[in-house]
Write a protein that binds this ligand. Structure first.
Ligand SMILES: CSCCC(=O)C(=O)COP(=O)(O)O
Length: 422
């Protein structure tokens, strides 16, 4: 029996025959032409031919502009046409098609055979929690800010202040590349020293995600150099390199620490309703498949806003256990595939007042992540971390931030500065 991967597209056109369009995609992206083929060749090509699974046309309601006319088209692509890797799949389902008018790739699902080529996150939520020894609450991450041009002592000081505030993870800024002032191994050395100092005082373990950068051909050796220097997590700008690079890193047996995926460049791909790839595919399914243990993405509440519905779709893609329903097309009854869940990290412009919203939408398995919301605290960076931890504690106990802040001055000061949503 043939195995297929499915792609669903939203195609906008004021007057197109969407059924014809679906057929032209199914044929054009597989065997190229069909009706012109002699019968003998048709029999031979049948197993390579894409199939139209469904076409759902949405006619604009009365009074709505005709430009709102679209169809959701689902096509099945035979696995036999492409190798078992993300670049081959993406080029098949959305290579040339991505440039062919108003069309967006909104979902992907995989054959069980294709999916079985991916082991997903090495650590995932469970593994990251085990490294930190924290199982009963959302985690808190802080982002280095204003570090370009700084020397090691300034970096160490900034690391210590973040750690002393009680954060669980600290990540490099994604724009901190290999540089002569704070080279990778030195950076790791001084940050881990500062982490040890803070841990003595707080009793808390810490992960430091160092930014893995440089030419693609040197990334794996750079990652191993980082691990040799004691690194316990990596930050990686996945979309600048491609999903396959993440997959190579995450499946390397010598890369034994969690990988955090930064969404830099994602805004060039997901936000348009008419073009690109949906956020849930780009920052959800493909990140998890390629092995990201933690995935950052803009939240619906902060400074770089993504609609809540899209955020919830990313969350679902990163967390769902039901691969048969959400990831696999036509799963045979005896197939049991598993992927560890990737930690969702809704980010950008996050401050303590937003914690109740984050926990309402994401529950306990989320990483609250802030840069400016920690460093910009009026009482300083340590108080910034403390205010977030207090907001998490309050919300976990069902206490309003306002009530909790009465006995927690750091939280009170954060609320006075940034407020709480209505
Ligand atoms: C757009 S998601 C990535 C968030 C990020 O990397 C960042 O630096 C956010 O910083 P902020 O000061 O807005 O918390």
């Amino acid at each position: 029996m043939n195995a297929y991967c499915l792609a669903t597209y939203r195609s906008f056109d004021e007057k197109a025959d969407f059924h014809k369009k679906a057929t032209s995609i199914a044929v054009g992206l597989t065997v190229g032409s069909w009706t012109e083929l002699p019968e003998a060749q048709k029999a031979q090509m049948e197993k390579h031919l894409g199939k139209v699974i469904s076409v759902e046309v949405h006619e604009p309601a009365h009074g709505e502009p005709t430009s709102n006319r679209y169809a959701d088209i689902t096509i099945a692509y035979p696995d036999i046409n492409f190798s078992r890797d993300i670049p081959a799949l993406l080029v098949t389902v959305f290579g040339k098609l991505s440039m062919d008018g108003k069309i967006k790739l909104i979902d992907l699902s995989f054959s069980s055979d294709f999916l079985s080529g991916f082991s997903g996150p090495k650590f995932g939520i469970q593994g990251v929690r085990e490294l930190l020894g924290v199982h009963d609450r959302p985690l808190l991450m802080s982002i280095f800010k204003s570090v370009v041009g700084y020397e090691l002592p300034a970096l160490r000081e900034q690391f210590y202040l973040q750690a002393a505030g009680g954060v669980d993870l600290i990540k490099d800024d994604e724009i901190l590349f290999e540089n002569p002032l704070t080279p990778l191994e030195k950076r790791i050395e001084i940050c881990l020293e500062a982490a040890a100092q803070a841990t003595k005082e707080t009793g808390q373990k810490l992960l430091y995600a160092v930014n893995l950068t440089g030419p693609t051909s040197k990334l794996a050796s750079q990652a191993k150099k980082a691990i040799g220097a004691g690194a316990n997590a990596l930050l990686f700008n996945v979309l600048a390199y491609g999903f396959d690079t993440l997959h190579e890193l995450s499946t390397d047996p010598e890369i034994t620490i969690p990988i955090m995926a930064h969404p830099a460049m994602a805004g060039a791909t997901y936000p348009s309703p008419h073009y690109g790839i949906s956020a849930s595919v780009l920052l959800g399914k493909l990140m998890r498949l390629a092995g990201a243990d933690l995935v950052l993405f803009p939240s619906p509440y902060g400074s770089v806003v993504m609609p809540r519905e899209e955020n919830m779709a990313i969350k679902h893609a990163l967390l769902t256990d039901d691969l048969r329903k959400d990831y696999i097309y036509n799963a045979p009854a005896d197939v049991q595939l598993k992927l560890a869940a990737s930690f969702p990290v809704p980010s950008a412009g996050i401050h303590p007042g937003l914690v109740p919203l984050i926990l309402r939408d994401f529950g306990k398995d989320v990483i609250v992540n802030a840069g400016g919301g920690i460093h910009g605290h009026p009482l300083g960076t340590i108080a910034g971390g403390q205010a977030f931890r207090q907001a998490i504690d309050a919300t976990m106990q069902g206490i309003t931030l306002q009530d909790y802040a009465r006995t927690h001055p750091e939280l009170q000061s954060a609320i006075d500065t940034w407020g709480t949503p209505e």
